[in-house]
Design a protein around this ligand. Structure first.
Ligand code: PLP
Length: 459
C-alpha cells in the first residue's frame, strides 16, 4: 500500500529530530520550477531548496554530470589529485578574483573555514566584525558569527571573537575596531535577515577601511552567489573585490558542495595539515559545479535573471500601489523581498494551499528565490497566485489599521500617533533605516532617512 502524507509525517515525528518548522507537504519529485507531492499534486516552487536549486530542480545537465561521474568515481581522497577539482577551482577563480579555492560540504563549513583562515592570517589578531541581522549558518563558529541572538540562545558559550555592528554602518565598524581585529564578514544582501541590500557607499567604504587597517574583507555569498543577483557574485555590483568569498547553495546545482575562495597571499596561510574535510571537493560535487557553470553560461542565465527580475519587480511595484499591506519591495536579481505590514507566514501557507511555494523571513518579509531557469509562463502563474493571496489578505485587514506606506519618516510619526506598539516599530521599520545618521524626527532613535540601497527599493 502506498504511503500517505500522514504516514510520512508520523514517521518523521517518531524518527527524525524535530529541528525544523515544517509545512505538511511531502515532496517526492521535482523538475525545474515544479515539484510534486506524494499524491501527485503539482506546485510551483519560487523558493527551490532555499536557494540550493538555483538552476531549478534536477537540471538535466547536472543530472547528466552526476550520472556520468557516478559511473566513474564518487570520491577521491584529498591526499591525491583529480582533474575535476582543479577544473572547478579554476572556473571559480576565472569568474571572481585571482586566488585559490578550498572546497567544503556546506555554507556553514565554508564560514568555519573562513574563520580559521582569518585567525591564522591574523597571526594573533582574532576578532571578526559581523553584522546585525546576518545569518551564517548553524555550526558553532558560523552560529557565533551570526548576528541574530534568537539562533544562539541555549548554545552558549559561543565562540569568542565576534563583534556585532549594525549593517550598512561604516562608522560603527570603525568604532568597533581593536588591535585584535583581523576581518569583517558581510553578506552583500542579507537573505535570512530580511533581503536587505548593502549600500554601495558602505561596501566601497568597507573595502577602503579593510585596506587601510589590514583587515580581510570576507563576502558571504552562500545565498547571493552563482548568478542569483544577476551577476556571478553579489560583490560584483559594487566595483570592489573581497579578500575571501564563501559559496554553497546554487554552487552544486542541488548537490551539497561549498567553497571558500581566498586571494593567493591569504590562501597560502593554510598549509598542509592545517585544515581538511574528508568529502570536500569530490569528483561528483565538482562535476556538478562544472555543469552549473556550463548551464549559466550556455543558457545565458544571468541575462535571464536580469530581464525577468525587472518584470517581477515591476509587477510587484504595481501591486504595492494597490495594496497598503505591502511596505517595500527590495532585493536584486532573483533575490526578492516583499516587506509587509502584517505577518507574512499565513500568506506563505495560503500560497501553498494554492500550489505555490514561497518563504517568509523576519516574520514580515516574503522571500522569493526563483530558479534561474524559470519560464515566463511559470512566473506569470506564480505572480498571479501571489497577487490574489496578498489581495485577499489585504481585504481582511480592517480599514485604518494598516500603517501607511511611503516615506518612513512620515509613516513612523503617523504610526506613533496611531499608537502602534514598539514591537511593530521594530519589526516594521528597522529594516529601512540607518541608526548611523542620528535622530531626524525626534520620535525614534533611528534615522528616518532611508539611503537608497545598492539595489532597488520602493520607498
Ligand atoms: N551563509 C548564508 C548567507 C546563508 O544564507 C546560509 C544558509 O542559509 C549559510 C551561510 C549556511 O549555509 P548551510 O545551510 O549550507 O550551512
Amino acid at each position: 500500500m502506498s504511503q500517505t502524507t500522514q504516514d510520512v509525517i508520523k514517521q518523521y515525528d517518531r524518527y527524525v529530530m524535530n529541528t525544523y518548522v515544517r509545512s505538511p507537504l511531502v515532496i517526492t519529485k521535482g523538475k525545474g520550477s515544479r515539484v510534486w507531492d506524494i499524491d501527485g499534486r503539482e506546485y510551483l516552487d519560487l523558493f527551490p531548496g532555499w536557494g540550493v536549486s538555483g538552476l531549478g530542480h534536477n537540471h538535466p545537465w547536472v543530472t547528466t554530470a552526476i550520472r556520468g561521474q557516478a559511473g566513474r568515481m564518487f570520491h577521491v581522497p584529498n591526499n591525491y589529485y583529480h582533474p575535476l577539482q582543479a577544473k572547478a577551482a579554476k572556473q571559480l577563480v576565472d569568474v571572481s578574483f585571482d586566488g585559490k579555492v578550498f572546497f567544503t560540504n556546506s555554507g556553514a563549513e565554508a564560514v568555519d573555514t573562513a574563520v580559521k583562515l582569518s585567525r591564522r592570517w591574523g597571526n594573533g589578531r582574532y576578532e571578526i566584525i559581523v553584522m546585525e541581522q546576518s545569518f551564517h549558518g548553524r555550526t558553532m563558529a558560523a552560529l557565533s558569527a551570526t548576528g541574530q541572538s534568537k539562533y544562539q540562545q541555549g548554545f552558549e558559550p559561543l565562540l569568542p571573537g565576534f563583534v556585532r555592528v549594525p549593517f550598512n554602518d561604516l562608522r560603527a565598524i570603525e568604532a568597533a575596531l581593536t588591535p585584535k581585529t583581523c576581518a569583517v564578514l558581510v553578506e552583500p544582501i542579507q537573505g535570512e535577515g530580511g533581503v536587505r541590500v548593502a549600500e554601495a557607499s558602505f561596501l566601497s567604504g568597507l573595502r577602503q577601511l579593510c585596506d587601510t587597517r589590514k583587515l580581510l574583507l570576507i563576502a558571504d555569498e552562500v545565498q547571493t552567489g552563482m548568478g542569483r543577483t544577476g551577476k556571478w557574485f553579489g560583490y560584483q555590483h559594487y566595483n570592489i573585490e573581497p579578500d575571501v568569498m564563501l559559496l554553497a547553495k546554487t554552487l552544486g546545482g542541488g548537490f551539497p558542495i561549498g567553497a571558500v575562495i581566498a586571494k593567493r597571499a591569504v590562501a597560502d596561510v593554510l598549509t598542509p595539515g592545517t585544515h581538511a574535510t574528508t568529502y570536500g571537493g569530490s569528483p561528483l560535487g565538482c562535476a556538478c559545479i562544472l555543469a552549473v557553470f556550463e548551464a549559466v553560461e550556455k543558457q545565458r542565465l544571468l541575462e535571464r535573471v536580469n530581464t525577468f527580475s525587472a518584470y517581477i519587480v515591476q509587477r510587484l511595484l504595481e501591486l504595492k500601489q494597490r495594496l497598503p499591506i505591502i511596505r517595500e519591495i527590495r532585493g536584486r536579481g532573483f533575490m526578492i523581498g516583499i516587506e509587509l505590514t502584517i505577518d507574512g507566514r499565513p500568506i506563505v501557507e495560503a500560497c501553498r494551499a494554492k500550489q505555490l511555494l514561497i518563504n517568509c523571513t523576519q516574520e514580515r518579509v516574503l522571500r522569493l528565490l526563483p530558479a534561474m531557469t524559470i519560464t515566463r509562463a511559470q512566473l506569470d502563474r506564480a505572480l498571479t497566485i501571489l497577487e490574489a493571496v496578498l489581495a485577499e489578505s489585504s481585504a481582511s485587514v480592517p480599514p485604518g489599521s494598516t500603517p501607511p506606506s511611503g516615506h518612513p519618516h512620515a509613516s513612523l510619526c503617523e504610526a506613533k500617533r496611531w499608537g502602534w506598539t514598539k514591537r511593530w516599530y521594530l519589526s516594521g521599520w528597522e529594516g529601512g533605516m540607518s541608526p548611523a545618521s542620528g535622530r531626524d524626527c525626534g520620535c525614534h532613535p533611528l534615522s528616518c532617512f532611508r539611503k537608497k540601497a545598492g539595489g532597488w527599493g520602493s520607498t
